[in-house]
Design a protein around this ligand. Structure first.
Ligand SMILES: [Zn+2]
Length: 273
């Protein structure tokens, strides 16, 4: 499935139901009417997340932590998701036995968490791909050498929702079009700002760079630290994870591969991680 294929967003006026979980239903304890109350509640109170999940299921679109689902969510939906998530995080804080009502440091934490997930640490799931204007590279003095861009990335592991922090080195042999240098990093960050595994993130970045540039010759090397290894579990403070994806001549031509790794070392001399 091509996950970049645009799918029209359903008319929000037809499908949108504002969620109000605080709206209570009067209960008459003398009458056993639980089922009818439940039906009434479900009709009135459809969470926006359920509406979006239904759109995704209807379209057969996967919605794993690393998937971009922006084509199914409007900006208005995102605001409603923040409202819904705030309620959910309040429940989490309550279950952690944290007094979010009188502890001044915990007041507002649920909403801060909700906004952080939607607008920051997972925004690569909910935002469309960065627009990458391409420029022709087909004149007689075209550039046909290697380009290596160092891109700082921040991500989050799908397993523990802990930060992943590192650098992606993106190597490319220029094809018939070029994109702006900053776009390599914008695309890498768009892929990274989701729930990911570093191995899959490396492949995702290579794929979007190939799509944006039209080049089949792309290599991506990521080195990153994982807080799920540093802040919990094995508590390994100096751990470093390296992953490499090589496509086209980066894989088949040892000289291209060597030039890529030599350039990474030069980049690291210039700007140690
Ligand atoms: Zn983890």
């Amino acid at each position: 499935m091509d996950k970049f294929k645009p799918i029209p967003l359903p008319n929000p006026k037809q499908t949108f139901v504002k969620w109000n979980p605080k709206k209570s239903v009067e209960i008459d304890p003398t009458v056993n009417n639980t089922e009818s109350q439940q039906v009434a509640t479900n009709n009135e109170l459809t969470p926006i997340s359920e509406i979006i999940r239904n759109r995704l299921r209807d379209a057969g679109h996967r919605y794993w932590a690393s998937d971009n689902i922006s084509e199914f969510i409007s900006d208005e939906d995102k605001e409603l998701l923040v409202d819904e998530l705030t309620e959910r995080f309040e429940d989490v804080l309550d279950s952690l036995i944290i007094d979010r009502h009188t502890d001044p440091n915990s007041q507002g934490t649920a909403r801060r968490l909700a906004k952080m997930y939607i607008w920051e640490i997972m925004k690569g799931r909910y935002e469309l791909a960065p627009v990458c204007t391409s420029f022709p590279n087909d004149s007689e003095n075209r550039y046909d050498g290697m380009l290596v861009v160092r891109s700082e990335i921040r991500s989050m592991c799908s397993h523990h929702h802990q930060p992943v922090s590192g650098v992606a080195y993106i190597g490319i042999l220029a094809a018939n079009k070029l994109i702006g240098l900053s776009k390599y990093t914008r695309l890498a960050q768009w892929c990274a700002r989701r729930g990911t595994l570093q191995e899959e993130l490396c492949t995702d970045i290579a794929n979007v760079i190939m799509k944006a540039t039209g080049s089949e010759n792309v290599g991506v090397y990521i080195q990153a630290t994982h807080w799920c290894c540093e802040n919990r579990g094995i508590m390994a403070h100096s751990s470093l994870t390296q992953t490499t994806v090589l496509n086209g001549s980066f894989r088949s031509d040892p000289a291209v591969k060597k030039e890529f790794t030599d350039n990474i070392k030069l980049q690291q001399d210039f700007a140690p991680r």
